[in-house]
Design a binder for this molecule. Structure first.
Ligand code: SF4
Ligand code: SF4
Length: 192
């Protein structure tokens, strides 16, 4: 698909999640919820990894999969992936709130919003990124757990890490637009 001439989307910028740097401050959730297009609902989540044993938190955003399971299982064709690889939230006029996408996503991302009977999820702050700006969460994260920039910038900032965007769930391999920072030399994250 051709890239529109009237966009300021920076194709050289990518999203990098560095889970070990998350300090559980929830600033990302609060910033996301403030976006007027989200109806005060955060499209990013911060959870405790093992609450009884550790204060370690983990942050999860939509990984913008190359072959998004959410879109593949949607019977209403409400979820689309654009020319930049951004997987958009469900189109309001098409979504029938069946929850197929909620069940299919390997990362547990989409939320069915009951009052609106609509699936909502992160769309990479498309209103901002299409104007050449960073997603809100990456703008406010104080610890560098969330960053949006070029490969060169992340390589300079994290010399001991490599971005990984290939995930193995049992027999299934999922490739994503969003990267997780892993120890240097990593190419794959086996989730189970
Ligand atoms: S992470 Fe889940 S919601 Fe996001 S594109 Fe992939 S399957 Fe869809
Ligand atoms: S803003 Fe950054 S450090 Fe704070 S909870 Fe979110 S990801 Fe973690």
């Amino acid at each position: 698909m051709a890239i529109p001439a009237d966009t300021s989307f920076r194709t050289d910028r990518e999203f990098f999640v560095d889970p070990q740097r998350c300090i559980g401050c929830h600033a990302c959730e609060m910033a996301c919820a403030e976006c007027e297009t989200n109806g005060q609902i955060a499209m990013i989540s911060v959870e405790y990894v093992q609450r009884a044993a550790s204060p370690q938190t983990a942050v999860q955003i939509c990984m913008h999969c190359e072959e998004p399971a959410c879109a593949e299982v949607c019977p209403a064709d409400a979820i689309s992936k654009d020319e930049f690889g951004v997987v958009h939230s469900a189109a309001t006029e098409r979504c029938i709130a069946c929850s197929n996408c909620v069940l299919a996503c390997p990362f547990g991302v989409p939320k069915k919003i009951e009052p609106q009977q609509l699936m909502m999820k992160c769309n990479l702050c498309y209103d901002r990124t299409s104007a050449g700006r960073k997603p809100m969460c990456a703008t406010v994260c104080p610890s560098g757990a969330l960053s949006y920039g070029t490969r060169d910038e992340i390589a300079a900032a994290r010399p001991g890490s490599d971005p990984v965007s290939v995930f193995r769930f049992g027999e299934q391999t999922v490739r994503t637009r969003v990267h997780v920072m892993m120890p240097k030399g990593s190419h794959l994250l086996v989730v189970d």
